[in-house]
Write a protein that binds this ligand. Structure first.
Ligand code: ATP
Length: 336
């Protein structure tokens, strides 16, 4: 189980005509991902998703809050002692080409981490070759074809499968997939998403999926949880199917309205919820962060901060004073 409590992160950006400024990338994010579980963080560009993924994978520090891995608080350990824990959390980047060294064959890319793994687990060096083949099989690649090849000789989908196989060399507990299919040809995306779902079932590895596209989040697993994040804050959280079929936060509704196709959810008469303004415009931090763009905001929203939690008989958690399941759905394909 990997958890985060109250994770905050502020970047200080220097330069530019406006001089230095602070960007509050994360404002107290809580999450929990159990063994074999699937959690998706969705939100528009700049909402803090990538920052969160990097913090969870141990690649970026945070200002306050706590990450625990199997009950061990990372803040209680020295940086060196944290490494074996963070090694269990492997990040899959959106660009598989830049993640692989172009001068190394797939065999060479897998050799180093597998040799290290063999030493760590007391296995003979001969184990490495067999394991490389097993891992490629597991990600749906033919080892004989792929092992001697360089990244440029493979398709984008195959390269991403190699990256996933390499992440599996350390027997991870969780894969953090940051827009893992966004740079892959549309025809190959579903295959990668199905692979991640399959790995959850076969290996019990959990998947934390970071995306701006809720339709892809669904494929990771219907049993998954969705976290909708806006300006560094989780505004709605719950089972993926509940949130997609009955979102209650106006920001989630706006996100879903922006999706051109969501098969099976097109309802006649549904009206898209259109947020007003842009992300940059709503600078003030008082009250609800979404208030200035929200079509349903009242005076209360500008003054009081809504806290993530449940109200009434709404099943999912939300941070909104006026939650209401609205019929938002996407414009069917071709009519966007
Ligand atoms: N290293 C950094 N230095 C300064 N500011 C940063 C840094 N990394 C991220 N930011 C800022 O933090 C905010 C959140 O960025 P982040 O990349 O986490 O968002 P995101 O939701 O992943 O967006 P995208 O989908 O475009 O990658 C943005 O305003 C970004 O400009």
């Amino acid at each position: 189980m990997i958890t985060g409590q109250g994770i905050t992160k502020t970047f200080r950006q220097r330069g530019g005509v406006l001089g230095a400024r602070e960007v509050r990338a994360l404002r107290g994010v809580d999450f929990a991902v159990g063994r074999g579980g699937a959690v998706s963080f969705i939100g528009e560009s700049g909402c803090g998703k990538t920052t969160l993924g990097r913090i969870i994978a141990g690649l970026e520090g945070h200002d306050s809050g706590e990450i625990t891995v199997d009950g061990v608080a990372m803040s209680s350990l020295r940086p060196r002692a944290r490494r074996p824990y963070f090694r269990r959390i492997q990040l899959i980047h959106q660009d598989p080409y830049s993640a692989l060294n172009p001068t190394r064959t797939v065999y060479q890319a897998l050799l180093a981490p597998l040799a290290l793994r063999a030493r760590q687990t007391g296995r003979p060096a001969s184990w490495v070759d067999g394991r490389a083949g097993e891992l490629l099989d597991l990600v749906g690649l033919d080892p004989d074809y792929v092992l001697p090849r360089y990244p440029h000789q493979l398709s984008g989908g195959m390269r991403q499968r190699v990256v996933i196989a390499r992440a599996l060399t350390v027997d991870p507990e969780m894969l953090v997939a940051d827009e893992a299919v966004s740079m892959i040809d549309v025809s190959l995306r579903l295959g990668i998403l199905a692979l991640l779902r399959d790995l959850r079932e076969r290996l019990g590895v959990s998947v934390l999926f970071i995306t701006h596209d809720v339709a892809t989040a669904r494929y990771i697993g219907d049993d998954g949880e969705l976290y909708v994040i806006y300006r560094g804050q989780v505004v709605e959280r719950g089972p993926v199917e509940t949130i997609i079929s009955a979102p209650v936060h106006p920001y989630t509704q706006a996100l879903l309205s922006a999706i051109p196709v969501l098969h099976g959810l097109e309802r006649p008469g549904a009206q898209p919820v259109a947020p007003t303004g842009t992300l940059e415009e709503d600078k003030p931090d008082a009250g609800c962060l979404f208030a200035r763009r929200c079509p349903f905001a009242t005076a209360r929203c500008a003054e009081e901060v809504p806290v993530l939690g449940r109200t009434g008989d709404i099943p999912q958690e939300h941070a909104c004073f006026h939650p209401e399941a609205r019929s938002v759905v996407a414009v069917p394909a071709g009519r966007a």
